[in-house]
Structure formats: C-alpha cells, structure tokens
Design a binder for this molecule. Structure first.
Ligand code: HEM
Length: 261
C-alpha cells in the first residue's frame, strides 16, 4: 500500500532496530558481491597457469629429455595440488571466517578434474599410444600405482558431472552431499598412487609432504565432527549424522556448491 508523505513510515524505526552487526554483515555481503566475480577470474587464470606453462615449454622445446614424463608428472602434481586446495576451503574458512571462500570451491574442484583428465589422457595417448590391452593390464593390477590412480580418477567423474547447480537440485541436497564425500576417498587414493609410484624409486620425501597435508585436512574435519557431536544434546547426537543438517553449500564438496546458501 502506498504511504502518503504526511504519514510517518515504519522504515526509520525498522532501520533503527536492525542490529549494527546485521548491517555490517549486509554491507560486507554487498562488497563481496562486487569483487567476487573479479576474484574468480583471477583464481581461474592462476589455475590455468600450469597448463599455459606446459604449452609454452612445449612450444619452446623446454620439456626436457623426456617430454611425456614431464607432462605426466606436471599434470599429476597439479591434480593433487588442486585436490588439496579444494579440500582446504572448509578448514580455512572455519579458521579465518572468510564466508566467500566456498564460492571458489566448485571451480577449484573442476580444475582438479581437468588436470586429472589431462594426466590420464597423457598416459593413454602420449605414453601408451592407445594400446588398450596394455592399459587394461596396468589398470587391472600389473602396476598397482596406476590401478589406484585410475580408481581415484573414476571417482572424480561423477563429482564433475554433478557439479552444475541443476544437478544439485535434481539429486537433492542430502544425496548430492553424500556423493560428494567421495572427495575424501579420492584424496586418500591419490596419496596412495603417488606414494606407491615413488616407493619404487625410494624417494618418499614429496609424497610424505602431501600425505601430511591431506591427513591434516581430513583430520581437522574428524576433530570438528567429534567436537560437534559432543556439543549436541545426546538424543540429537545419536540420531543425526555429523553435518547432516548442513546445506550442500556448506559441505566439504569437491566440485560444487549450491545456490541454497
Ligand atoms: C586423482 C587422480 C590422480 C592423481 C592425483 C595423480 C597424481 C600423480 C602424481 C602426483 C604423480 C607424480 C608426479 C611426480 O613425479 O612429480 C603421478 C604420476 C603418474 N601417474 Fe598419476 N595421478 C592420478 C591419476 C592417474 C591415472 C588415472 C593414471 C593412469 C591411468 C595415472 C598414471 C600416472 C603415471 C604413469 C605417472 C608417472 C609415473 C612415472 O613417471 O614413473 N595417474 N600421478
């Protein structure tokens, strides 16, 4: 209903009753909305630099004596790095209170899948030249580190396919969230893959660093989940799985976030 100029409006009173903290939150949300699209562009370009580096090295003949090994190792490393960064979003957000961080998660998770796909393609194309019989032998156990890497990659596929918002809605929050917990298995398999590969060369320093990082990122979740259970009333703690009341947006998903945030 329109209000005449002579009528006092309820707005000033309402504005006065809004707590300062809520106004501050609204202002900070507005400023985030302004810069976040640019932030995403910067993160996108940064995440593309490993690929650009490979292209530049390829064009300038700087891939070393064994270019296929160089590309395999580089793409494998960046798959693992992107996985770790994606997994770090939730702990870093919890520790720093940066509410916009989860909005980068979908892109980072998709970059993990992208580098994983390049890594796999390098293996079956440049390394194996589509020798499917040999590839099948590797994947089915001849070289166990490849079996484990392949399992990690296969698990990434459904997460990438269900990353669009439409898929989140179609699956429903709970089911989507349960599916995206596969990120934890993927991270463990990825470490095992790297560890196994380097164990054959007696060179475990780098896999050990990644193993410590992943253990820390998964361990923090376990500690917080146990802490959350302890704080809840016993009846709730017994009937509700940890995190089940959260929206997919706040979950530790690999490649997606929901608009329900
Ligand atoms: C989530 C999936 C995967 C991750 C995170 C991953 C990660 C890695 C990492 C970090 C390396 C070692 C890089 C280095 O030496 O610095 C590597 C090497 C390698 N990976 Fe993967 N990988 C994955 C999936 C796969 C798949 C699906 C295959 C093939 C079916 C594969 C085949 C290889 C091969 C052949 C090597 C090189 C071995 C060598 O140089 O002796 N990986 N991977």
């Amino acid at each position: 209903m329109p209000t005449s100029p002579s009528q006092p409006t309820a707005q000033p009173a309402a504005a006065a009753s809004v707590p300062a903290s809520a106004v501050g939150r609204r202002d900070s949300r507005r400023s985030t909305q302004r810069w976040l699209p640019w932030g995403k562009v910067v993160v996108f370009l940064l995440a593309l630099t490993p690929l650009l580096r490979l292209v530049v090295y390829g064009l300038t003949d700087r891939l070393g004596a064994n270019p296929v090994e160089f590309i395999t190792r580089s793409t494998g490393t960046w798959t693992l790095v992107m996985l770790c960064v994606t997994l770090a979003i939730t702990p870093v957000r919890r520790l720093t209170g940066m509410p916009w961080l989860p909005r980068l998660r979908r892109m980072l998770g998709l970059f993990a899948f992208f580098y994983g796909a390049l890594h796999f393609a390098t293996y079956f194309w440049l390394d194996q030249w589509f020798d499917w019989a040999d590839i099948l032998r590797d994947v089915s156990g001849k070289r166990p580190f490849i079996t484990v890497g392949f399992a990690a990659f296969v698990l990434m596929v459904p997460l990438a396919l269900t990353s669009p918002h439409a898929m989140v809605r179609r699956l429903g929050g709970r089911r989507w969230q349960r599916l995206h917990r596969a990120i934890y298995a993927i991270a463990v398999l990825a470490i095992l893959h790297y560890w196994w590969m380097k164990a054959g060369k007696n060179d475990l320093a780098q896999p050990a660093i990644y193993a410590i990082v992943v253990t820390g990122l998964l361990g923090a979740r376990v500690i917080w989940a146990i802490g959350g259970l302890k704080r809840r009333p016993p009846s709730l703690a017994q009937t509700q799985a940890p995190g089940s009341s959260r929206s997919p947006a706040n979950s530790d998903s690999t490649v997606s976030r929901s608009r329900t945030r």
